[in-house]
Design a protein around this ligand. Structure first.
Ligand SMILES: O=C([C@H](O)CO)[C@H](O)[C@H](O)COP(=O)(O)O
Length: 207
């Protein structure tokens, strides 16, 4: 299983600093949606230039104009771009077209989708690289939130998937057991007193 660090900070300088600390322990560096909104596409270019050996994920969460939005993120240096599962299939297909032309990949984010396994199977058929079973920060803050529900849904989908929703050192073993290809960790790394140590411990917890 790969580890993806989600950088939900708000400046390119902070993102570069964090990425520099944790890069040895992660496979994928994600530029979070708030970061891209705050800094623009230039943050993607800055991170890719600093870490050309890493897969750079632009969390665009695109809902429309899939081909155009994916293409501008790829042109900026992204290797993977997220499109929302709630988007029309034509939006996802357009983004897949842009990815295919550039030899890159699309990830569909299932945030807010009620029947995630069913939608995962539909979008997998459109040629996306993998599907993200995602509970966002606001959903995680609600009483009763349970990561295991997300993991069970991912396993049931029977398609390649990642998991994002408060993954931490105490849950990463269960994420791996669920069959996920990628564990996404944001707050567990960027909010840690020692982000490099936190990322190292997540990596060490993999079997
Ligand atoms: O995608 C995310 C969220 O929508 C804000 O951009 C997070 O990066 C994702 O949820 C992972 O972060 P944690 O839940 O803090 O691990």
């Amino acid at each position: 299983m790969k580890i993806q660090v989600a950088i939900d900070l708000l400046s390119t300088a902070e993102a570069l600093q964090l990425a520099g600390k944790v890069a040895p322990y992660v496979d994928i560096i994600e530029l979070g949606t708030p970061l891209i909104k705050a800094e623009g596409l230039s943050v993607i270019t800055a991170i890719k230039q600093a870490h050309p050996d890493k897969t750079v994920f632009a969390d665009m969460k695109t809902m429309d104009a899939g081909e155009l939005e994916a293409d501008i993120a790829f042109a900026a240096g992204a290797d993977l771009v997220s499109i929302l599962g709630a988007a029309d299939n034509s939006t996802i297909a357009g983004a897949v077209k842009a990815a295919t032309e550039r030899g890159k990949g699309i990830v569909v984010d299932l945030i807010g989708i009620a029947d995630k396994p069913a939608r995962a199977r539909e979008v997998a058929a459109l040629g996306v690289q993998f599907v993200e079973f995602h509970a966002g920060l606001d959903e995680q803050a609600q009483p009763g939130y349970d990561l295991d529900v997300l993991l069970s849904a991912g396993t049931a989908s029977q398609v390649p998937f990642s998991v994002a929703g408060g993954v931490s050192i105490s849950t990463i073993a269960n994420v791996q057991k669920s069959g996920a290809q990628v564990a996404v960790a944001g707050g567990a790394i960027y909010s840690a007193a020692d982000p490099a140590q936190a990322a190292k411990e997540l990596q060490a917890a993999l079997v």
